[in-house]
Design a protein around this ligand. Structure first.
Ligand code: NAD
Length: 284
């Protein structure tokens, strides 16, 4: 048996198409939504992510505002840039690309973004809302994973879900979203001692470690759903995830590829959150 592929690229394309139609409707009698993207420094990976996010905005008709600041920008200067964007009524969402240079406190910057413009869902109020099951912006990567699970109509209730990785941007919010859908959730991390045993008993496994082959075929139970969040480069420089995809495919029921899986969904969910920020503003 070979696992069915959950095609993140196609699903993201559908999501983008829906957003494009909505933005096109809006543009007939109102200004279009606007996302401000802030990049500090020259980190090449960050530059690629930012470029992709801006391109995705353009494709669906969302306006983007690119604020590029030099690597030596002080925390004070970045905070005043955010303050200006917070006060700008024509800006609906603000995204500050992480990581930031070490002279700047990421937490301070995240907390400076207005909660109703925090389309990354990293502000403490949005984190708290997710933890309490309340409305708020939810981080894009785990939201994208939830859409992927919905797309296969996977009944999460009562299922054992294992999340490998406990970062604030992926692992922890992922676990909360699965819990909200009544899965029985286990979070594993670098200090977990019985990862194989936990994985073997899981119906759904989300891997977000940033380590190639964290999940191998001998750890997966037949028919499990495997979601690969990782983005790595193998010895040949090719993009790969955290899962030994070829081998796991022979055992799992569903699997997400890298590239073309969670990555495109993350960007699509950023567009969803930006549209939501805009629509909430006009609802009030
Ligand atoms: P992180 O480095 O902040 O966290 C990694 C987590 O994995 C930690 O909690 C650590 O305890 C755990 N871990 C590390 N090695 C482990 C092991 N051998 N066994 C069990 N747990 C282990 O990383 P992150 O920001 O959560 O990102 C994880 C991966 O996902 C990275 O490859 C990143 O590039 C990727 N990512 C992809 C997207 C996307 O859109 N596809 C978005 C965000 C992150």
């Amino acid at each position: 048996m070979t696992a069915k592929i959950i095609d993140g690229k196609a699903l993201a394309q559908d999501t983008r198409q829906e957003i494009k139609q909505r933005v096109s409707q809006i543009s007939k009698n109102q200004r279009v939504p606007c996302l401000a993207v802030v990049l500090v420094g020259e980190n090449p990976a960050s530059a690629v992510y930012v470029r992709n996010k801006i391109k995705a905005c353009e494709e669906v008709g969302i306006k983007s505002l690119f604020e590029k600041l030099p690597a030596e920008t002080s925390e004070k200067d970045l905070l005043s840039c955010i303050d200006r964007l917070n006060k700008d009524d024509t800006v609906d969402g603000i995204l500050v690309q992480l990581p930031l240079p070490k002279q700047i406190s990421e937490q301070k910057v995240i907390e400076a973004i207005r909660v109703d413009k925090d389309v990354d869902g990293f502000h403490l109020i949005n984190v708290g809302a997710l933890a309490s099951g309340l409305d708020g912006f939810r981080p894009c990567t785990p939201s994208g994973v939830m859409r992927m699970l919905e797309s296969i109509n996977y009944p999460l209730s009562g299922k054992h879900a294992l999340v490998i990785g406990r970062s604030n941007i992926v692992g922890k919010p992922m676990a909360l979203m699965l819990l909200e859908k009544n899965a029985t959730v286990t979070i594993a991390h670098s200090k977990t001692v019985n990862l194989k045993e936990l994985a073997k008993s899981s119906d759904i496994i989300v891997v977000a470690t940033g380590r190639q082959k964290t999940l191998t075929a001998d750890m997966v139970k037949p028919d499990a759903v495997v979601i690969d969040v990782g983005i790595n480069r193998d010895a040949q420089g090719k993009l790969c995830g955290d899962v030994d995809t070829e081998a796991v495919m022979q055992i799992a029921g569903h699997i997400t590829p890298v590239p073309g899986g969670v990555g495109p969904m993350t960007i699509a969910m950023l567009l969803v959150n930006t549209l939501q920020a805009y629509e909430r503003k006009f609802k009030d």
